[in-house]
Design a binder for this molecule. Structure first.
Ligand SMILES: Nc1ncnc2c1ncn2[C@@H]1O[C@H](COP(=O)(O)OP(=O)(O)OP(=O)(O)O)[C@@H](O)[C@H]1O
Length: 822
């Protein structure tokens, strides 16, 4: 048993504002210190005016410049090591909204180097599994989200979740021994790192998709990613089961500070309540006199029961945003951490006997004891041995004879029938050998005589026929296999040829996998031009809305061009291309190195044969014993090539992980883009409807005014940034406003104005526009619709309104244009 207090670390989020309100001291022998300096005149609200300095002790304080790699090495690696050894581990991040909890636990969605604790730990665990061949490891993963005291399974791939409520609800159950069980929480097995990362990706995507403005999941929900590891020595009935919880808690902001109202306030209270219960548990645990710990008050504390004062090695990361206005929240986070540091856990080695293996072993023991008893009491069985028993005995005898160990025993249990059968088998074999030996010594034995030997052996005629049938059957099998091999070889060659003809080295199959199942070929800049994850699993599960209408597709492409993530996506695509090319290059080098090694080995074998022949022909055995410089040189070369091969394999593996991660990042960006677009599209649709309802007319009603140029749509997405950094950000606005933003790019609309009223929107006319249409567009339309003054933009707006009118006329609908136009 390992007794230790919860380890506390703190991490400071990088801040653009450099006013120093804190200092870090990692060099004290008693621990690391984080100190906040609060000048009296700046202290407000809850901060005590009388104090100017708040000092907190941590195991280590990670300042702003510290990278994800260092966080993993210092915090997560030791916990992962103890999980590998069979102890439970938990790492949880606690801090105010926007202070970097998700960044620390899961990682940023932009760069490969931003990978957080979860992907790095998965990578580390699987690397360690592959290095330890003396054990069999199995891994299962679960991902739970707790929102408003209700649990949801984030790894559900059966339903298309567009709301959190669509995900399966997880219920908490307690057995008579007070063990907690989570009903409906799926445990997904993952055989390798790629599968585990796909599960993380699926969970994060479900988390993101289920997010609505009402439920900014990451802020107001707790997420627990759990890796269950089972370790067993081959053949042993004992196994070690351990689990690692990686927890991203909801923002710890105080409700009064959030400034929320209505439903959001209720939610915030719930979150606060569950964090309040967490605090209560922590206070109760830190006070030794308290015997009752109120775990049952909330789902979070029930699930984390072991992690808080139980069988677990737990680590807390206090995430801190050090800007002056976050000072009180930062101090409150540190105070919470100091209490947590008082909690003692008792981690135990989770070793147990595998019940299935144990039962099998006990059954075998019972059987052998029964047989021994029967022998000792003289109670012998006289029924015939079954075919299965006879077969098993034959295998035993064969293994006994083939074993080179002279001390090996033939153990068939205390059953006289079996003993006798083994003796007769041995006799048959010896007699068979003898007669074969006789024929061989008579010079008759040759491959052609094998049948004769068999015929002369004491086998029955029935056995002979059976053996002959078996031989024919095997012959058939062999010829089928040879045919299959030939076919495979041909297919392999064909694929190789196709690959050589494919420009980027992808197989035609993988290329078609990148294209949508239906619809037009992907255009540069469209969604489909973002490479998909070749692992595929998560994507197939999450691929949604593949078919956009033409207009929506156009809007989407424009939206995407302006999206803030565009640069990152481009950058990652470029990086992915580079890495893939690098991987291909290394792959080619590897295959060359392999060929060289084979060639060198051939030369070495030849050289050795020649020297052996020389020593025989010259009857001079010393020649073979002498050091041969040619041979030595060849060996040296082979070693060098092997070294190069090994190091290249290492580089290739690292590249593969990076490529997979980049693919996941791109896939996530794709989902996020789609989500942002649909969100924006929905907002636009409702705002148009609203304005129509209030103005009693269409979007272009005289009551609407054009907005100044707008920020790019992702102003919506940056909402989280703005929580920790609430600088005024421009909000998104109306359809007409947005139309203007799109206007410079909408050449077809401008062309439609030029084309005149009779043209369909898709047609272009090169002849000058009719004077009536010009008049209409500049008088009738412009008199009722506020224009911008910019010729191009105004032309677009008018064309849009007119095209709409034409369409309505053609479909026989009511004229919805403003009355002045009708
Ligand atoms: N150490 C860091 N380095 C770079 N960027 C960071 C760091 N920490 C946080 N960020 C950035 O700050 C923003 C907010 O961080 P994050 O979402 O992790 O906060 P959070 O505490 O999880 O917030 P919430 O409670 O809302 O989930 C993100 O854009 C993130 O990329």
């Amino acid at each position: 048993m390992v007794k230790q207090t919860i380890q506390i670390f703190s991490r400071i989020k990088p801040s653009k504002k450099t006013t120093a309100v804190y200092s870090v001291d990692n060099d004290e022998p008693t621990g690391a210190f984080l100190e906040f300096l609060v000048p009296r005149d700046q202290a407000e609200g809850f901060v005590n005016n009388k104090r100017e300095c708040y000092k907190f002790r941590f195991l280590k304080v990670f300042d702003q410049a510290v990278k994800q790699e260092e966080i993993f090495t210092h915090i997560a690696k030791p916990v992962a090591d103890s999980v590998l050894a069979g102890y439970n581990g938990t790492i949880f991040a606690y801090g105010q909204t926007g202070s970097g909890k998700t960044f620390t636990i899961t990682g940023g969605a932009e760069r490969y180097s931003d990978r957080g604790i979860i992907p790095r730990t998965l990578s580390y665990l699987f690397q360690r599994f592959s290095q330890d061949s003396s054990m069999i490891y199995t891994t299962h993963i679960s991902y739970l989200e707790i929102y408003n005291e209700m649990g949801y399974d984030l790894l559900d791939s059966r339903h298309e979740a567009s709301r959190l409520e669509d995900l399966p609800k997880v219920l908490i159950m307690e057995d008579p021994d007070q063990n907690i069980h989570l009903r409906n929480l799926s445990l997904q097995q993952s055989a390798n790192e790629e599968e585990a990362l796909n599960l993380l990706f699926l969970g994060d995507t479900n988390r993101m998709i289920a997010e609505t403005p009402m439920n900014q999941a990451s802020t107001r929900s707790h997420c627990i990613f759990t890796v269950h590891v089972c370790r067993r020595e081959p053949g042993s009935a004992t196994l070690r089961r351990s689990k690692l919880h990686l927890v991203d808690l909801a923002g710890s902001d105080r409700v009064s500070k959030t400034g929320l109202t209505g439903q959001l306030l209720t939610e915030a209270k719930y979150i606060n309540l569950s964090l309040h219960y967490l605090e209560q548990v922590i206070i109760a645990l830190s006070e030794k006199s308290r015997s009752h710990i109120p775990y049952r008050n909330s789902m979070l504390t029930s699930v984390l029961r072991d992690s808080l004062g139980g069988n677990c090695m737990t680590t807390m990361i206090a995430t801190i945003a050090v800007d002056k206005r976050n000072l009180d929240e930062s101090i409150s986070t540190c105070r919470f951490a100091q209490r947590v540091a008082l909690i003692k856990n008792e981690a135990m080695l989770n070793e147990e006997l595998d019940p299935a293996l144990l039962i099998a072993r006990l059954k075998r023991e019972i059987q052998s004891l029964k047989e021994e008893l029967a022998m000792l009491t003289g109670e012998q069985r006289d029924e015939q041995l079954t075919g299965e028993e006879i077969q098993r005995l034959e295998v035993l005898v064969k293994a006994f004879l083939e074993d080179p160990d002279p001390d090996v025993t033939l153990s068939m249990g205390p059953d006289m029938r079996k003993i006798q059968h083994c003796f007769s088998l041995l006799k048959i074999m010896i007699m068979g050998k003898q007669s074969a030996g006789n024929r061989h010594s008579d010079g008759e034995a040759s491959p052609g005589n094998t049948v004769a030997v068999i015929q002369n052996s004491p086998c029955s005629a029935a056995e002979m026929t059976k053996l002959k049938e078996m031989m024919t059957q095997r012959d058939n099998e062999i010829s089928i296999l040879v045919k299959m091999l030939k076919r495979e070889k041909k297919r392999f060659q064909d694929t190789g040829d196709q690959l050589a003809n494919t420009p980027n080295g992808q197989s035609p199959a993988s290329q078609s996998a990148l294209r949508p199942a239906a619809g037009p070929p992907s255009r540069e800049g469209s969604l489909d031009s973002i490479p998909a994850n070749h692992g595929g699993q998560a994507i197939q599960m999450k691929k949604r809305d593949p078919q956009l209408s033409m207009g929506k597709q156009e809007a989407f492409e424009t939206f995407m061009r302006d999206h803030e993530d565009r640069v990152t996506v481009e950058h990652n695509r470029e990086l992915l291309k580079q890495r893939s090319a690098e991987a291909r290059r290394i792959g080619e080098k590897l295959s060359e190195a392999k060929n060289r090694i084979n060639e060198l080995k051939k030369q070495l074998a030849l050289q050795r044969r020649q020297r052996a022949a020389l020593s025989v022909t010259e009857n001079c055995p010393e020649v073979e014993a002498e050091v041969d410089p040619v041979e030595e040189n060849l060996c040296k070369h082979i070693e060098q090539e092997k070294k190069f091969y090994k190091s290249s394999i290492g580089v290739l593996k690292a590249l593969r992980t990076e490529i997979e991660h980049l693919q996941l990042l791109l896939e996530r960006a794709k989902v996020k883009l789609q989500r942002d677009f649909h969100k924006w599209w929905g907002l636009e649709a409702s705002s148009v409807q609203e304005s129509e309802a209030t103005a009693g007319g269409p979007a272009g009603s005289p009551h609407r005014t054009l907005q100044p140029p707008l920020p790019s749509p992702p102003a919506l997405c940056s909402e989280r940034e703005s929580r920790a950094d609430p600088e005024p950000k421009p909000v998104f606005s109306t359809a007409v406003g947005d139309l203007r933003r799109f206007a410079p790019k909408r050449v077809p609309l401008a062309a439609a104005v030029e084309a005149g009223p009779e043209e369909t929107p898709g047609q272009r006319r090169t002849d000058p526009p009719s004077s009536e249409w010009r008049a209409l567009s500049t008088t009738k339309l412009s008199s009722s619709i506020p224009l911008t003054g910019d010729q191009q933009t105004d032309a677009d707006i008018l064309a849009f309104v007119q095209a709409r009118q034409n369409l309505l006329n053609r479909t026989g609908q009511e004229d919805l244009l403003p009355s002045s136009l009708a």
